[in-house]
Design a protein. Structure first.
Length: 131
């Protein structure tokens, strides 16, 4: 796999967000080809994804979190809207405008896996197999 060239302006934006992360530990790819860079890395024991546009605008940061760290309103919303499903994985997403969403991987006894996006108030925003 060919290594993606990341311009210095994008690296500068990343550095402002995460000054202590070693750039050699960051994996860069396209979230949307020629539009949005995606940086994946581990920091302080958690997995991160950061999206930055080609113009240098930070879009969002996703951080892996423990299921137990989800707000109660989010877990109650899952129980109400997805009976029979359990939360397998959780990520906290902070958008550049300050909005907070949670991305959850849900699974039921039949091993059906759903990906669900919820706002911090528990409103279900999107549901699918791979959002």
């Amino acid at each position: 796999m060919e290594k993606l060239y990341v311009p210095s302006e994008i690296l500068r934006v990343f550095r402002q967000l995460f000054p202590k992360v070693d750039l050699s530990e960051v994996e860069w790819d396209w979230e949307y080809y020629n539009k949005i860079y995606e940086a994946e890395f581990e920091h302080e024991g958690r997995d991160y994804e950061v999206e930055i546009t080609v113009t240098g605008h930070h879009l969002l940061t996703e951080v892996e979190i423990e299921k137990e760290d989800l707000p109660e309103v989010v877990t109650e919303s899952v129980e109400e809207h997805f009976p029979g499903f359990t939360i397998e994985e959780a990520e906290h997403i902070t958008f550049s405008n300050g909005d907070v969403y949670y991305e959850l991987a849900l699974e039921n006894e039949e091993e059906v896996v759903l990906e669900v996006h919820l706002r911090e108030d528990g409103l279900v925003v999107a549901t699918g197999e791979d959002l």
